[in-house]
Design a protein around this ligand. Structure first.
Ligand SMILES: [Zn+2]
Length: 262
């Protein structure tokens, strides 16, 4: 399943020797129990938290069902805030829930982001795979990096934050169809999690165990130039209030926003 960590890598002298040593020290977590895999990710600095067994949803209660007790007594604690690299906490979580799937929270706090190549909308011809192949034909192949297979319909390429000098969120299919980004505020299901729900049957396995590398400059350039989705506030900012007609539109938009917030 995994590549030989000692396999020759293209590169230069001592640099690739260091890379090979680092790769050899990283386990193929596909074969570990879920708790051990979670601890392995934490040891790399990746923040983790538990998911419902066989599902992709957080084990924690939802904000709209918050009982306002315990950790949440002064306000709901989101999973992005709960995720941790703390060994004792992780042991406690998985001792209580040994079958919990493992989520790795992406973003600067973990130091990794993920390119999710997603083919599930067309498993026969693929969606993300042909998109990535077209980009690679134009710009060159992605470098070998930590890579996870998400079953038969997806691949996660992990990258470090080196070169990410802009806000990277979670744009889905904006880079190209079937190419999703998991970065700040996002998460990925990690090996050896399994998902078996009415929509998905997936087993997460490590395809390449070597540590994440920086993304190539061409990919970072494309991500840097993605247009952010206009938010309600940005849309309002584009309405010129100078004419009576536009002032009425602005007032109507603000009324709708207040009604929506109520
Ligand atoms: Zn809560």
């Amino acid at each position: 399943m995994s590549e030989n960590a000692g396999a020759a890598t293209p590169g230069k002298g001592s640099g690739s020797e260091i890379n090979n040593r680092a790769a050899a020290s990283i386990d193929d977590t596909s074969m570990l129990p879920l708790a051990a895999a979670a601890l392995s990710y934490a040891a790399r600095g990746w923040r983790v938290h538990p998911l419902v067994p066989s599902r992709k949803i957080p084990l924690w209660h939802r904000e709209d069902r918050c009982p306002r007790i315990g950790d949440c007594v002064t306000g709901h604690v989101k999973w992005t805030q709960r995720a941790t690299t703390d060994t004792d906490t992780i042991v406690k979580w998985w001792t209580a829930n040994p079958a919990a799937n493992v989520s790795v929270v992406t973003g600067p706090a973990s130091g990794v982001w993920v390119l999710d190549v997603d083919d599930k909308d067309d498993p026969v011809r693929g969606v993300g795979s042909p998109s990535l192949a077209a980009l690679e034909r134009e710009h060159g192949d992605l470098p070998p990096t930590y890579t996870v297979g998400t079953g038969s319909v997806g691949v996660h390429h992990y990258f470090t934050y080196e070169g990410v000098d802009f806000h990277l969120g979670n744009p889905a299919s904006k880079l190209a169809p079937g190419l999703d980004i998991r970065a700040e505020g996002g998460q990925v299901v990690a090996p050896p999690s399994r998902v078996d729900d009415p929509k998905h049957v997936m087993a997460y396995v490590v395809l390449d165990p070597r540590p994440p590398v920086p993304a190539p400059a061409w990919l970072l350039d494309k991500l840097r130039n993605l247009k952010p989705k206009p938010t309600a506030a940005r849309r309002l900012a584009h309405i010129d209030a100078a004419t009576p007609e536009n002032r009425e539109r602005l007032a109507a938009a603000l009324r709708r926003r207040r009604a929506g917030a109520a």
